[in-house]
Design a protein around this ligand. Structure first.
Ligand code: NAD
Length: 282
């Protein structure tokens, strides 16, 4: 069994981003800029935003966080996003999800300039992904694709089961896999018999938010298992959606939680922001 080490791969990618930032500064006097909009006091959202800001600092980006109370109106959030759309120092805009219930998330995401949509959630970029055109791709599934690439995992013709079908994880994941010529099955909470699908797959990619959902009897011998789930359990530790101790005995490759997909998500956010900054003059 080979562990897919997202942490060290993400570190390598971050070093590459830092070098490109140096070159961009030197040659074009451009410092990539990321604006993060954080609403409310959800501890997990705060932790993610802190990690993203730290990563930006490490690679030499300019970054700002707009922290707003959860009583903020939708119009005020929209006004802030529009300000960031017009700010020439900002190449990427990220709205940390989930948003408070009185805010229409779809409406908010549609206000972001697609050219600065480094999370890849704007319908324009989602459409480009589905059609196989270049654009911004959601960071978590993009990070998973980088892992396949780094570990020479060929996707063509493979049977892949994606568990979870959210707009930010499962659906873009399935599109990327399909674009890479895999045969993709998408499963979700209404799937009648999850095990039938996971057991038939060469590769299982799970992002649902249910600790230990995928058990050893649900994956075939030699399968590749990618665990996107991040769940904080009662003892305070972080676990994924896969029963790692048991499933790992059957796999050819598996990602750990933490240290797997999580760090890759941040690395992809940096790459997407850099990509946007490189097109600043275009
Ligand atoms: P979500 O709640 O929006 O979507 C969950 C999906 O899982 C839905 O499609 C739902 O139908 C499906 N699902 C739920 N229970 C299921 C079950 N028992 N069987 C089959 N399908 C089931 O969640 P999300 O935002 O997509 O996040 C999913 C998980 O991924 C969470 O644990 C989240 O913390 C994690 N996540 C990790 C990263 C990362 O960087 N590693 C990034 C984003 C999300």
């Amino acid at each position: 069994m080979q562990l897919i080490d997202g942490k060290s791969l993400a570190n390598k990618i971050q070093e590459g981003v830092a070098e490109s930032v140096e070159a961009l500064k030197r040659e074009k006097n451009i410092v990539p800029g990321l604006a993060v909009i954080l609403i409310g006091d959800d501890p997990a959202s705060h932790a993610y935003v802190k990690m993203k800001a730290k990563a930006c600092e490490k690679v030499g980006f300019y970054s700002i966080t707009h922290h707003m109370p959860d009583t903020i109106s939708q119009d005020e959030i929209i006004a802030t996003i529009k300000m960031m759309n017009d700010n020439p120092r900002i190449d990427g805009i990220l709205v940390q999800l989930p948003l408070p219930k009185h805010i229409d998330t779809d409406k908010i995401l549609e206000v972001i300039d697609p050219k600065k949509d480094v999370d890849g959630f704007h319908p324009y970029n989602v459409g480009r992904l589905v059609t196989g055109l270049d654009g911004f791709v959601a960071c978590t599934p993009l990070g998973v694709m980088k892992m396949f690439d780094a570990y020479d995992i060929d996707l063509e013709g493979k049977d892949v089961c994606v568990v979870g079908a959210s707009n930010i994880v499962g659906k873009p994941m399935a599109s990327l896999l399909l674009n890479a010529n895999a045969t993709v099955t998408i499963t979700h909470i209404y799937t009648k018999d999850l095990k039938t699908h996971t057991l038939a797959a060469d590769i299982v990619v799970v992002g649902v938010g249910v600790p230990g959902l995928i058990k050893a009897d649900m994956v075939k011998e030699g399968a590749i298992v990618i665990d996107i789930g991040i769940n904080r359990i009662e003892d305070g530790s972080l676990v994924g959606d896969v029963d790692f101790p048991e499933v790992s005995k059957k796999c050819s490759h598996i990602t750990p939680v933490p240290g797997g997909v999580g760090p890759m998500t941040i690395a992809m956010l940096l790459e997407n922001t850099l990509k946007s900054a490189k097109k600043r003059d275009a």
